[in-house]
Design a binder for this molecule. Structure first.
Ligand code: FAD
Length: 286
């Protein structure tokens, strides 16, 4: 038995927002359910109402506009992202991360919005969103707002969302043509596992490095201070090594059932070095 709750499959945004406004803390938004239903089954969450948003037309939007960017509605699945040719071409770090989240079956249900709203420190899709400077589109009965992704996470499994707010989509600006990026993840086992460490690196057309990590701090994190130290000198053959040596100053990994903090620091250095070299080398594995 998976909990005891009422279920509403909203057919339009107004219906969903009115319901959320009425029920607030008694209600949880249901997207793919791959996080939420596990928590309900374990009695960690016991909402009175589930609001299913998969039928909302706004949540199903998934479109790339040249010059503007990529809009990913809140009901778009992780497999849809992994399989989208424009994601592979323009946002490879995002496509990489989508391709290594869970199993094929999980990816068929899981959404990007659910991944960031769940706000696990190890969320695989967060580091790519951080390096592409994505915006989270949020609506409530009282209005709408766009939250830059690096202001969205508020700690372990916490976001800045209010209980009456719904994420309708996530928007990634167009990176331009000379942009390179990669996401690298290490889990305990090959196949499907949560990240012990995850690193996204983006090298922009103007040769600026952007770096973000998962599972290495209480929330997914953009490493802006490290970026500044590297970008002030400019990318050169020593950059990857310097980044690997310095990264541990900017992360706060913990020891848990998956790995020790020390091993996580080691992985951060190894993955970051590889990811920077891969971006420098034009996207080939090195
Ligand atoms: C076997 C297994 C393997 C997994 N492997 C990975 C992995 O490798 N990497 C990884 O990062 N994750 C992994 N996960 C976790 C999970 O699959 C992802 O976090 C997924 O992206 C969650 O999306 P969802 O649509 O299923 O979210 P849901 O479970 O539907 O929702 C998650 C949370 O977000 C809230 N929410 C969802 N949508 C919205 C919205 N539009 N507005 C406001 N709040 C919202 C929900 O109320 C809930 O609190 C795994 C899970 C399982 C079961």
């Amino acid at each position: 038995m998976v909990g005891n709750f009422d279920y509403l499959r909203a057919q339009c945004l107004a219906e969903a927002l009115e319901f959320l406004d009425e029920e607030r803390e008694n209600c949880r938004v249901l997207a793919g359910g791959t996080d939420l239903l596990v928590l309900i089954r374990r009695s960690i969450e016991s909402p009175a109402h589930l609001l299913d948003i998969k039928a909302l037309p706004e949540a199903r939007r998934f479109e790339y506009t040249r010059g503007a960017g990529l809009l990913i509605g809140a009901a778009v699945t992780v497999n849809q992202i992994a399989q989208l040719p424009v994601a592979r071409k323009k946002y490879p770090a995002l496509a990489d991360a989508a391709g290594v989240l869970g199993t094929h079956q999980v990816r068929n249900r899981a959404t990007l919005a659910g991944n960031i709203c769940n706000a696990s420190p190890g969320a695989d899709l967060a580091p790519p969103l951080l390096v592409f400077e994505a915006w989270v589109q949020v609506k409530s009965l009282t209005g709408s707002r766009e939250i830059p992704i690096d202001e969205f996470f508020a700690g372990v499994k916490k976001t800045v969302l209010r209980p009456d707010e719904l994420v309708t989509g996530v928007y990634l600006p167009d990176p331009g043509d000379g942009d390179r990026s990669v996401y690298m993840k290490q889990g305990r086992v090959k196949g499907h596992d949560l990240a012990v460490a995850g690193v996204a690196v983006r090298l922009t057309e103007s040769k600026k490095l952007c770096i973000a990590v998962s599972a290495l701090a209480p929330a997914p994190l953009r490493l802006r201070q490290l970026e500044e130290r590297l970008n002030v000198v400019g990318i050169n053959p020593a950059t990857a090594e310097q980044a690997a040596q310095e990264v541990e100053q900017y992360i706060r990994p913990i020891s848990d059932v998956r790995a020790s903090a020390e091993y996580r620091k080691h992985l951060a250095a190894v993955l970051l070095k590889r990811a920077i070299r891969q971006c420098e080398g034009g996207g080939k594995n090195v």
